[in-house]
Write a protein that binds this ligand. Structure first.
Ligand SMILES: [Zn+2]
Ligand SMILES: [Zn+2]
Length: 464
């Protein structure tokens, strides 16, 4: 969550061009023809049963101007759909690739492909890990792990309302400064709990339909939490699909892992170019904690509405409503000094929330884009994640994100089922020799700081 402001997003077309220059393979579909039919002709001529087989390597020559994505052994032309994709720009990173695992992980329903005619076929690489996890996903779905427990959510909303009432009461009904500052702590937990609920709406966990879920995200994320829920979702979906991915030639990195002031992995080193960044990275193990706590909230609030130039009008309305209620609350404080301290306390306490989102990744596996596409998607999700051990009664505090491995494997799974899902995932990982990392919060923090220290000590400025 803290990782924002990715400064250079790659165009998937660049990868396509590289590919085109490096291979000369006759497209199989025009083997018996002296002149290739146009893509439009192909689209209208073929039926699914007539589609021709070709591999990802052949795509550039077969469809030089089209963007194809592979799902369940079939290529789909998404050229005109990329800009309309409800999940945002993530689809561009799977052009010319087999996107089956990530497609199903996001709970896309069959109707998404119902009106799309495949333009070709390919043979999916058999991977026993993918097969095992896909089976587990089906089994857990059958057991109801993906269904919304509305009663449970009524309880969550009641907690959110109670926190808001406590914050307002402490600010408006008491004169003592310490009551006001306790109100700031209540406000921080109010923001934190809203952040969790926004996260779940923006994963379409509740209604399973983004056209409905987005309004929940807008309310809990933008109006209550105070950040652009849609902007955050675009980055978060990229984070899920391309966790800890670095693509240096296209200057792309998992946007929620990017900060201009620290380098978690040597694969990122080439992205840092200034002397100021050099000095910041050398001391990153000292700056990490205070930056996340004291600057985390301010940064995402600023980025989501200013740097990113959010254009969705609903977001601006939600943002205005957020500042109306917040300023009304702050207006009850007696001095500007108390206003500043109140907001600083609330932001800093809520800053701990940012830890929960990034601590699970920083010391884990990072990969270049080409390495990622060669691995089992499920294995990669486990190895780029770490769980935080905590007792059941602390689940409210971590918001399900302590089961980060399970959440990344099954992003649309209900929060209140993640703990039970871990009991299935861990043995499956052991069975397939996949390291399953789970430790308490202090160990996770220690591991992360040690990792940042070592990475910083290896850092050298790229002479380019
Ligand atoms: Zn994550
Ligand atoms: Zn998520």
């Amino acid at each position: 969550m803290v990782g924002k402001g990715i400064h250079a997003r790659a165009s998937a077309g660049n990868a396509t061009n590289r590919h085109r220059n490096s291979r000369v393979i006759a497209p199989q579909f025009c083997r018996h023809s002296t002149m290739s039919p146009t893509t439009t002709e192909l689209k209208h001529r073929r039926t699914p049963s007539e589609v021709t087989e070709f591999s990802p390597d052949d795509i550039d020559l077969s469809f030089p101007d089209r963007k194809l994505v592979g799902i369940d052994g079939k290529w789909y032309d998404v050229t005109n759909f990329v800009d309309k994709h409800p999940g945002g720009p993530v689809i561009e990173k799977f052009i010319g690739k087999d996107a089956t695992a990530v497609f199903h992980a996001y709970g896309h329903r069959d109707f998404v492909l119902k009106h799309r005619k495949p333009v070709g076929k390919y043979v999916r690489r058999y991977n026993p890990i993918d097969v095992a996890f896909e089976k587990l996903e089906r089994d857990l779905r059958a057991k109801g792990f993906f269904e919304t427990d509305w009663t449970w959510y009524v309880g969550k909303v009641a907690v959110v309302v109670a926190l808001f009432v406590i914050a307002v009461t402490l600010v408006t009904c008491f004169d003592a400064w310490y009551c006001h500052y306790l109100g700031a702590v209540a406000l921080a937990f109010f923001w934190q709990q809203n952040g969790f609920i926004m996260h779940e709406f923006m994963h379409s966990q509740l209604f399973k339909d983004f056209s409905k879920d987005k309004y929940g995200g807008l309310f809990f994320g933008t109006v209550c939490f105070g950040i652009s829920a849609h902007w955050w979702r675009d980055e978060h979906i990229l984070h899920h699909a391309l966790t800890n991915i670095v693509d240096v030639p296209n200057r792309f990195i998992d946007p929620q892992m990017w900060e201009g002031t620290w380098a978690q992995n040597e694969k990122m080193f080439a992205l840092f170019q200034t002397r100021l960044q050099y000095y910041a990275i050398k001391i990153q193990h000292f700056t990490f904690v205070p930056c996340v706590i004291f600057v985390g909230r301010l940064e995402i609030v600023f980025d989501s509405f200013i740097l990113q130039l959010e254009r969705r009008w609903q977001e601006w309305v939600g943002w205005a409503l957020h500042w109306v209620w917040l300023c009304t609350l702050l207006s009850h404080l007696p001095t500007w000094r108390e206003v500043a301290i109140f907001y600083a306390i609330a932001s800093s306490v809520q800053g701990i929330f940012h830890f929960q989102l990034i601590l699970s990744h920083y010391c884990k596996m990072f990969a270049h884009l080409h390495e990622f596409h060669e691995m089992s998607w499920y294995r990669y999700q486990v190895q780029s994640n770490m769980n935080i051990d905590c007792p059941l009664w602390q689940d409210w505090y971590y918001g399900g994100l302590q089961f980060h491995i399970e959440h990344h494997l099954f992003p649309t799974m209900a929060r209140n089922k993640l703990r039970a899902a871990a009991a299935y995932v861990q043995p499956l990982c052991e069975e397939h020799g996949i390291p399953y990392d789970s430790c308490c919060f202090t160990t996770a923090l220690t591991k992360t700081l040690s990792h940042l220290k070592v990475a910083g000590s290896h850092f050298k400025l790229d002479p380019r």
